[in-house]
Design a protein around this ligand. Structure first.
Ligand code: 13P
Length: 342
């Protein structure tokens, strides 16, 4: 393992106020999003859509890295350029989702575990040869009555740590993603408690598995009230709760915290990230960045709708969301940025 190279890649992933574009939806997830917009659910449309994303003009002004899916890392533009080459030429670091999605955790009603450790060493080697420089693994934690259990938290954290160690062995920076889901009526306080427990367990396991903290990126949820909670806290309360939680749990050696959006609206995700940077940027040891899928892609995907005539307008929307989040990293995002292009 080349530690220096891992550290350099991890810092490059959060440099210059840029963030990550998560475009690693598995085929079933991609189809779910296409179905909502009546976009045909075929390989051709998936390829067309991913081409639209990677060829968005100016994307590299706000995006440092893109997370690809196994199918996408092997695909090419219509004129035959591999997507990975398009990204590399734009100075965007290519990465790859390596988990194989979630399945019910045996013996734990309502809880999930992530699959994909079997054969991972060989897959990582292949992805590194294809040009990937970082990897991603997502664990899912559900809040409900009497869940999450310590057993579920430990199993998921252990897998994240084993995956992270294997990634570093292959020279890939691991994005460690423990996602506490927003679904449900739980309060911000409850999300805080669960996120704190989760992160404590994750960092204990990362340490036990000898993961180099300087050569990884954390991809967590923000601390937010559940989507069905009657009390929807202010942007500032979310920023305060999130940073309090991370200061107590995330070691200073980690170069960056790159949030997932998790089903928040695009504007709210940008506004909350902005609030964190306005108040805390110069008082926390890690970059406060983004690794959004839905909060970058959703408006543009809607504009595209599967119609090639809309590619340019859709790319403008992708660029706009990427720029809004770049501004949020600088603490310069404002509601006016939204109306300027409306
Ligand atoms: P969202 O930003 O849509 O939550 O997706 C991020 C991600 O990569 C989930 O694994």
């Amino acid at each position: 393992m080349n530690q220096q190279q891992l550290i350099e890649t991890a810092y490059a992933m959060v440099a210059d106020d840029k963030g990550l574009l998560a475009m690693d939806e598995s085929t079933p997830t991609c189809h779910k999003r296409f179905a909502k917009l009546n976009i045909p659910q075929t390989e051709e449309f998936r390829r067309d859509y991913r081409e639209l994303l990677v060829t968005t003009p100016g994307l590299n002004e706000a995006i440092s890295g893109a997370i690809l899916f196994d199918e996408t890392i092997r695909q090419q533009t219509k004129n035959g350029t591999p997507f990975i080459k398009v990204l590399q030429e734009a100075g965007i670091i290519p990465g790859i989702k390596v988990d194989k999605s979630t399945t019910p955790l045996a013996g734990f009603q309502g809880e999930k575990i992530t699959q994909g450790l079997d054969g991972l060493r060989e897959r990582l080697e292949e992805y590194a040869q294809l040009g990937a420089r970082f990897a991603k693994w997502r664990a899912v934690i559900t809040i409900g009555e009497a869940i999450p259990t310590p057993g579920c938290l430990e199993a998921n954290a252990h897998l994240l740590a084993r995956y992270a160690a294997l990634s570093q062995e292959a020279g890939l920076v691991p994005i460690v993603e423990p996602e506490v889901l927003m679904d449900g009526p739980h309060t911000l306080r409850r999300c805080y408690e669960v996120t704190e427990q989760t992160l404590r367990m994750v960092f204990a396991q990362l340490s036990a598995q000898r993961v180099l903290l300087e050569g990884m990126i954390l991809k967590p949820n923000m601390v937010v009230p559940g989507l069905d909670c009657p009390t929807q806290n202010s942007i500032e309360e979310v920023a305060d709760a999130t940073i309090t939680c991370f200061r107590r749990t995330v070691p200073a050696a980690v170069p960056g915290v790159a949030f997932l959006s998790g089903g928040q609206s695009s504007e709210l995700a940008s506004a909350r990230l902005n609030a964190m940077n306005v108040k805390y940027k110069s008082h926390v040891p890690w970059a406060l960045s983004f690794s959004f899928a839905r909060a970058i892609q959703q408006p543009g995907m809607g504009i595209w709708g599967g119609d090639s005539a809309n590619v340019e307008a859709a790319q403008e929307a992708m660029y706009h969301r990427a720029r809004c989040n770049w501004a949020a990293r600088r603490g310069e995002y404002s509601a006016e940025m939204e109306s300027a292009t409306a």
